[in-house]
Design a protein around this ligand. Structure first.
Ligand code: ATP
Ligand code: MG
Length: 524
């Protein structure tokens, strides 16, 4: 049962502004104002040129942002000061949609705020407020007319700043603006200036083109739950440089030409175990640049456009496929680590492969060929396999390294590669027998004794060494064949030559012997 017993006054308190002051820094705040200038220009069909001037006056502690985007008409004036009010409709392809940007930005930066605006050739209006208005629960503001500013322009002037302007802060803002508005700054007749200096765009699309694994440009529409279509473009590939220090890798998100999230390396875009892997310099060639264009209300950004809203239905719709794309390029970056110069960076020219996607809602695979097999070097691989053994029995190290060296040598483009590799296996076999009698059977032998024990007589090893070492007779026979063959070739008048089959047999015998004597694993 419910009965109405009265009404409550739900008019918000000005206290809500206090939380904002803590959340906003200079970069975020200035961007809110720039977003608005671009929005007005977009809503007017981007017909005219646009110029936005930002001034940070260090000495006087004044910030101003001025644009010629069109200005606010008298009946729109409250949009710029009243929280929740917006001039954007939900289907405009703007940046602003939440109706809070300007209000948060100006209050976060200053306690003395003055906004002048002139719609077309009409008169110039001014609204102003300060901390005393924020402390007072009255929401009404006086409206003034003032001396004219340029047609269609708006000027936000902030004094009594809550921050201290430094050269470092100006520099950081400059870098932030170059990246954030890069796409808009490439459009003709768009000018963004900071302290009279034109800001040039900066992008992240510096690719390498390894054959078969060139960057891919996936593009198409994504139909949202509300049956609205968003244009989506995803360019994924390997970068032409590694800058893990600067963190310039991962996923970049642009929404309506505005960079929202640079270099994301979070769990949400696949940087976690079992997917692309945790962020690590070995993944630092991975770059995936997502650009979306559509209704402002369908963009998966947070309210200050400073990050992706991972709970947004559009992000969720794209998520699984996006993670797969990230994973694929991250795998390439990892597999080729150590060989980047050769496998990746040397391919500095090529074409981005175009992959049209009918609807991103249904897309399952990313169309990239299977990644090349992990190419850990043989030496690393075998060392890893025998790591614990080599700590317990350090004499085993030289033995498996003998096999690694021999296999590596056999693949070299040398006329005597097989013979040299075979000889290494012979040395490894003899060393294995020696290490066994010295370290595993504790008998007191002199160097002379050892030499005698390893000396072939008529192609056979002395019974004295075979007795304490339990190996199958067949294997002893194969060992003796190899040692005998090596000795014969070494002392024969003809130049030694070893066939591939002989080398393979020697490799098998050595591996088996090492396994039986020490449990060494030499399989790659
Ligand atoms: N420089 C400007 N020139 C003309 N109109 C402006 C300007 N700045 C703000 N406005 C108007 O004020 C409205 C409110 O701006 P505000 O930034 O507070 O919210 P928004 O842009 O609509 O949404 P969001 O909170 O997502 O930024 C804008 O929609 C626009 O109509
Ligand atoms: Mg805005």
């Amino acid at each position: 049962m419910k009965y109405q017993v009265g009404t409550l006054d739900a008019v918000p308190s000005k206290r809500l502004f206090l939380s904002i002051i803590a959340d906003y820094d200079l970069n975020k705040s200035i961007c809110e104002l720039i977003d608005n200038s671009f929005d007005v220009w977009t809503r007017n069909g981007r017909r005219n040129s646009i110029e936005i001037n930002i001034t940070l006056n260090k000495e006087q502690g004044i910030i101003s942002v001025e644009d010629n985007a069109g200005g606010l008409s008298q009946n729109e004036l409250k949009y710029i000061v009243s929280p929740g009010h917006t001039g954007s409709s939900s289907t405009d392809q703007t940046i602003g949609i939440f109706g809070v940007g300007t209000k948060r930005a100006v209050v976060a930066l200053a306690s003395d705020i003055q906004i002048k605006t002139r719609y077309k050739k009409e008169q110039t209006y001014q609204v102003e407020f300060d901390d005393s208005w924020l402390d007072d629960e009255e929401w009404i503001l006086p409206l003034f007319t003032v001396g004219d500013i340029d047609f269609g322009s708006t000027r936000v002037e902030l004094k009594k700043l809550r921050i201290i302007i430094t050269d470092d802060l100006i520099e950081k803002l400059h870098n932030h603006l170059r990246k954030t508005y890069g796409k808009l700054l490439t459009i003709n007749n768009v000018y963004l200036k900071l302290n009279d200096k034109i800001i040039d765009p900066e992008f992240f699309d510096n690719w390498s083109y390894p054959p078969n694994y060139e960057p891919r440009r996936y593009h198409g529409i994504l139909t949202t739950d509300k049956k609205r279509n968003i244009d989506v473009e995803v360019i994924a590939g390997l970068s032409n440089e590694s800058s893990p220090g600067a963190g310039e890798y991962g996923v970049y998100f642009y929404c309506n030409d505005r960079l929202v999230a640079p270099a994301m390396k979070s769990f949400d875009v696949g940087f976690t175990k079992g997917q692309a892997g945790l962020p690590h310099p070995k993944l630092s060639l991975t770059k995936v640049i997502v650009s979306m264009q559509g209704d402002a209300s369908e963009m998966p950004w947070n309210s200050s456009k400073s990050d992706i809203n991972v709970k947004h239905h559009v992000f969720i719709a794209l998520h699984d496929w996006l993670v797969q794309v990230v994973k694929e390029y991250a795998t390439l970056s990892r597999v080729w680590m150590g060989e980047w110069a050769d496998k990746v960076f040397s391919h500095d020219k090529g074409r981005i492969i175009d992959v049209p996607i009918e609807n991103f809602i249904n897309v399952k695979k990313s169309f990239l060929p299977d990644p090349p097999k992990s190419r850990m070097r043989l030496a690393e691989k075998i060392a890893k396999k025998n790591e614990r053994l080599s700590i317990r029995k350090p004499w085993t190290k030289g033995l498996y390294e003998g096999v690694v060296a021999s296999v590596t040598l056999s693949k070299q483009p040398l006329s005597q590669a097989n013979w040299l590799a075979y000889s290494l296996l012979g040395i490894t076999l003899k060393s294995a027998l020696k290490e066994f009698i010295v370290n595993e059977i504790n008998c007191n032998l002199s160097d002379q004794d050892i030499k005698k024990l390893l000396n072939l007589e008529n192609g056979k090893l002395p019974q004295k060494i075979k007795e304490p070492i339990t190996l199958p007779d067949l294997l002893w026979g194969r060992i003796e064949n190899i040692l005998y063959r090596q000795e014969n070739l070494l002392y024969s008048r003809t130049t030694p030559s070893i066939s591939q089959n002989e080398f393979t047999e020697a490799k098998e015998v050595t591996s088996e012997t090492l396994k039986k004597l020490f449990k060494i694993d030499t399989n790659d």
